[in-house]
Design a binder for this molecule. Structure first.
Ligand SMILES: [Zn+2]
Length: 542
């Protein structure tokens, strides 16, 4: 254990994270993320590289209006160019113009790079590091030196790599950060090299790992055990190539497993939210299998697991999910036992005693439906309706379909196709409603027609929106005759819910899922439904 030593988080989501494929943040996104990082208790926020692009310069100008509670903003850049005095180097000047309390510069520590890339002597490289740090230190409060490729450099020429660190420390660097820039080093190498730097310099040490060997988090933890006081990384591990050390996992492990002080317990409970916030702004689907914060991180599917976690969650959970703002979930599938069904009943606010006699019947129906291609993990609303049917003996009908017709028409080769649906239904008072609607596709048209017809009887249907629609072809080999599964996610501004339909006909499968979506809305409104437990992640179509 650590004796409660404090470890600082240094976030580089806004700089290294932006170098990830498919990830881009606007200046406004970056400002919002910076505020959230501050709320979370991140000590240092690297905002960008002011010398490299105008967007980062704008960010630093705009960031002046942010009022941080804990965090200090860092501007990132490189050591001075060879043959130029530090004071005349345009990039170092741009770093100062960013006007941040912290400046971080990276420099070479791998002899290979010095020889092949910079093509200067080892001594010249030490001068470059020393001059750059000393110049910055005269103008800024805190200077961080990032030793680029430090661990590769240490492996090839340990004495030179250490001398580079010493050059930065002697010039006044407040912290020397050891970088596994290529992400290729193993934990035992990181341990030995970090311990050597600990002996070589008196200033603080940091660690910056990339994930190319999937060891970035492990290597960061090992470095902390060997003396690092600061961990650099990104939220969700986004970054160049395979990414950076994922700070979500770093903070949870340091604090919950290793006993270090990183953030407060209340801040740690914001972890899942912070992770999802960054995915959201990155316009990327959250990784459901992400450790600690993913939707599946505490999801149990096997019946034996479910029975055990109900007796004691520690049987199949490594931590209490609430500590990181996540929650336990129980999935319903053909692997389920009766305990999964009863757990869900409780979660949905249903009377468990009332359901107990029907539980086996519901389970048998779930297994039968799953064998036909249904899947309820992403369709909890369909599943809840199924349980309701189990309790009542029959499904509550809010309307009866008399018939529908969908026409898809493409009149010219270069024209968009047109879809129109006509529908006839019988309302709860026995009157018949006959209506038609258009849409950008057959399902869209059918959805519009159904809601138009029902709005007369149930005005609340107007608030329901179709948020996501997924079609999956099940089994192979049958071509266009194969069975398809449709997952629909709907919402009404308060809650989101998933429903499912299965058929060899994609319109029929969509129809089943649409009817479930509407029935669920009417059922939950009439039931004074308690909804999902807060802070529950919304049900997701998988
Ligand atoms: Zn990096």
């Amino acid at each position: 254990m650590s004796g409660g030593r404090h470890i600082d988080l240094y976030d580089t989501t806004l700089r290294d994270g932006c170098q990830a494929e498919d990830i881009a943040f606007t200046v406004e996104d970056k400002l919002r993320i910076a505020e959230r990082l501050d709320d979370f208790g991140v000590r240092f926020i690297e905002g960008g590289w002011p010398g490299s692009n105008p967007r980062d310069e704008t960010f630093f100008a705009e960031a002046k209006r942010l009022r941080f509670k804990h965090a200090r903003l860092a501007a990132f850049g490189s050591t001075r160019r060879v043959g130029v005095a530090a004071g005349d180097d345009p990039n170092l000047r741009k770093l100062l113009q960013a006007d941040t309390p912290v400046v971080t510069i990276f420099g070479k520590t791998w002899e290979l790079h010095v020889r092949e890339d910079l093509r200067i002597s080892k001594l010249q490289n030490l001068e470059v590091i020393h001059d750059s740090v000393a110049f910055l230190k005269r103008h800024v409060d805190m200077v961080v030196f990032d030793g680029e490729h430090f661990f590769d450099g240490y492996r090839d020429d340990p004495e030179f790599a250490l001398e580079c660190c010493r050059a930065a420390a002697d010039a006044g660097a407040d912290l020397v950060c050891l970088c596994d820039t290529n992400g290729g080093r193993l934990s035992e190498e990181v341990a030995a090299a970090t311990a050597a730097v600990r002996q070589a310099v008196t200033c603080a040490i940091g660690i910056h790992c990339h994930n190319d060997s999937e060891l970035a988090v492990a290597n960061s933890l090992v470095a902390v055990q060997h003396g690092a006081a600061q961990v650099q990384g990104t939220i969700n591990g986004i970054g160049e190539r395979c990414g950076n050390a994922n700070l979500c996992s770093v903070v949870a492990n340091l604090q919950l497993k290793m006993g270090y002080k990183v953030v407060t317990a209340a801040q740690l409970r914001q972890l899942r939210e912070l992770s999802h916030f960054v995915w959201e702004l990155a316009n990327a689907e959250p990784n459901k299998r992400q450790a600690f914060v993913g939707l599946s991180a505490f999801a149990h599917k096997g019946g034996i697991h479910v029975a055990a976690v109900q007796k004691n969650p520690l049987t199949y959970e490594h931590i209490d999910p609430a500590l990181v703002g996540n929650r336990q979930r129980v999935l319903v599938s053909d692997l389920s036992g009766r305990s999964n069904i009863l757990y869900k009943a409780q979660e949905f606010g249903m009377d468990v005693e009332e359901l107990k006699p029907a539980a086996r019947k519901v389970l048998a129906e779930v297994k039968d439906l799953e064998s036909r291609g249904f899947q309820f993990e992403g369709a909890e609303a369909s599943f809840e309706l199924l349980m309701q049917k189990g309790v009542n003996g029959a499904r509550t009908r809010h309307f009866r379909l008399i018939g529908f017709r969908v026409i898809d028409e493409k009149r010219k080769e270069d024209e968009e196709p047109l879809s129109e649906a006509t529908i006839m239904i019988e309302g709860p008072d026995g009157t018949v409603e006959h209506t038609a609607a258009q849409g950008n596709g057959p399902v869209n048209a059918l959805d519009h027609a159904l809601r138009k017809a029902l709005a007369k009887f149930y005005p609340e249907i107007e608030t329901v929106e179709l948020l996501d629609y997924k079609v999956r072809v099940l089994g192979g080999g049958e071509g266009t005759a194969a069975v398809v599964r449709v997952l629909i996610e709907s919402g009404d501004g308060h809650e989101r819910w998933g429903t499912v339909g299965v058929s060899p006909n994609v319109i029929e499968a969509s129809w089943q899922a649409l009817v479930d979506a509407i029935d669920y809305k009417l059922y939950k409104d009439r039931k004074g439904h308690r909804g999902k437990r807060s802070p529950a992640p919304p049900p997701q179509a998988s």
